[in-house]
Design a binder for this molecule. Structure first.
Ligand SMILES: C[C@@]1(CC(=O)O)c2cc3[nH]c(cc4nc(cc5[nH]c(cc(n2)[C@H]1CCC(=O)O)[C@@](C)(CC(=O)O)[C@@H]5CCC(=O)O)C(CC(=O)O)=C4CCC(=O)O)c(CCC(=O)O)c3CC(=O)O
Ligand SMILES: NC(=O)C1=CN([C@@H]2O[C@H](COP(=O)(O)OP(=O)(O)OC[C@H]3O[C@@H](n4cnc5c(N)ncnc54)[C@H](O)[C@@H]3O)[C@@H](O)[C@H]2O)C=CC1
Length: 208
């Protein structure tokens, strides 16, 4: 297995099951702006509220074979292994299939993730120890404080300014290396660097 970053915006996603795990998955899928349908005869209060608010579609019944038609990502999260097995068998035309119980027929696992704006760190143990994945995420939280969000935006901006500048490849590389120094987590140092690149012909500086 390799890790991929997938854009789920506007993609049709079906979550089978309406329990704790389904709620956790829907939370993330909503943030990613996927078009979420939950199929389950019972749902958590959280899912019920999301359905009432029109954020997700809820089909208040058990899974049916037609539910996998035209789906980009299928999340199988019922509490019954046999049910999960038969859903997975029916899902062979679905590009992405996640089995929350780690059973066969799925082709993707949900990692523990830390997002700081454009920076996304994720880790999976392929079912060996979800707790280890969780522990590593907690360590990253300390290692990469919230200031990384603005820092990564700064790196993004500088890189685009450098691309637009007439500097040589070696000079550009020098800047790209220099800005990795942790001291550039400070906003003031970021401004000095942006000014410097700007003065070398690196285009305009965004103020926000
Ligand atoms: C296959 C996978 C599902 C998938 O890919 O969808 C899966 C499967 C199962 N998890 C189970 C249990 C627990 N899962 C967690 C936590 C997380 N589980 C996550 C992912 C995954 N879990 C995928 C593998 C990823 C990997 O291995 O790295 C994380 C990383 C991401 C997320 O879920 O969002 C999230 C941490 C997020 C964070 O902290 O950031 C905890 C700890 C806790 O809750 O504190 C426990 C209790 C302790 C224990 O049991 O170890 C059980 C047994 C259920 C039962 O006994 O009924 C199964 C099924 C089985 O393995 O049998
Ligand atoms: N990835 C993770 O972090 C974890 C994964 N799990 C796995 O996730 C699965 C679900 O766990 P929970 O959400 O805690 O269970 P839960 O018992 O809270 O919810 C199960 C849901 O499945 C629904 N369901 C049952 N049969 C159905 C069917 N035929 N069609 C549609 N919906 C149906 C139920 O109505 C209920 O809403 C378990 O199998 C467990 O192995 C459990 C804990 C953590």
């Amino acid at each position: 297995m390799i890790s991929l970053s997938v854009d789920l915006a506007r993609q049709p996603v079906v979550v089978v099951g309406g329990g704790k795990v389904a709620s956790k998955r829907v939370r993330v899928l909503q943030e990613e702006k996927a078009r979420v349908t939950v199929v389950s005869p019972t749902v958590t209060n959280e899912l019920k509220q999301r359905a009432e608010a029109g954020e997700i579609r809820w089909l208040n019944r058990s899974f049916e074979a037609s539910d996998v038609r035209d789906v980009f990502l299928l999340v199988i999260a019922t509490d019954d292994g046999d049910t999960n097995d038969s859903i997975a068998r029916l899902a062979n035309g679905v590009p992405l299939v996640n089995r929350a119980d780690g059973g066969t027929g799925g082709n993707l696992q949900i990692p523990a993730q830390l997002s700081r704006g454009k920076l996304n760190l994720s880790v999976t143990t392929q079912g060996a120890s979800p707790k280890l994945a969780s522990r590593l995420r907690e360590e990253w939280e300390k290692q990469f404080p919230p200031a990384y969000e603005a820092y990564v935006d700064f790196l993004y901006e500088c890189r685009h300014m450098l691309k637009a500048s007439p500097l040589s490849g070696t000079e550009k590389d020098h800047y790209l290396e220099r800005m990795l120094d942790p001291s550039y987590l400070e906003q003031e140092k970021q401004w000095v660097m942006k000014d410097e690149i700007h003065n070398k012909g690196g285009g305009t500086i965004c103020q926000d």
